[in-house]
Design a protein around this ligand. Sequence first.
Ligand SMILES: [Zn+2]
Length: 178
Amino acid sequence: MTTTIVCAHCGTESTTRRQGIPWCANCGIWLVRDEVTAEWISFAEHAHRQPRYRELEAIAQTGDAATAAQPTVDALLPAGWHSSIAEPSHGGCFTLDLHPPAGPVDLYAYLVPPVGGYDWRVRVYNHSTGVCRTLFTPATATAATYRDVPEAVTAAIAAVQAATGAGPAATAREGPTP
Ligand SMILES: [Zn+2]
């Protein structure tokens, strides 16, 4: 079986090898196959592309993580809530969005799957103000991270309920009146 090797740089078919490696006589470069695009490119170009490919792979993994976590998340959501998986936007990653029932404050929380060395993170996005806020570890400037999905969901629900005034304070008001 023969593979046709065409230099992606000049479009010439490479028929020669040097030290067993495909060689483009036109460009004077060794060629290596880019497994992502199936192009034959220089080793320098190949090395240059790797960080971006690792990044894309990491983003794809956030999609897998969000999909895998969704049933767990759905089981923990209060009545009237629903979850959805959001595609990466603005160079970010996939997220798992938690939508509360429609209320006076138009906001939702989203879980950021583990990426870039972080565990799960939680953000709350307010549609009305366009403000997105990350949950922080109390009294620190460090983004709160959650190793387990249920932990992240609990934090997300609490943050949304606190922001909409439907949190523990509201529950307390339902108790017996002194
Ligand atoms: Zn070439």
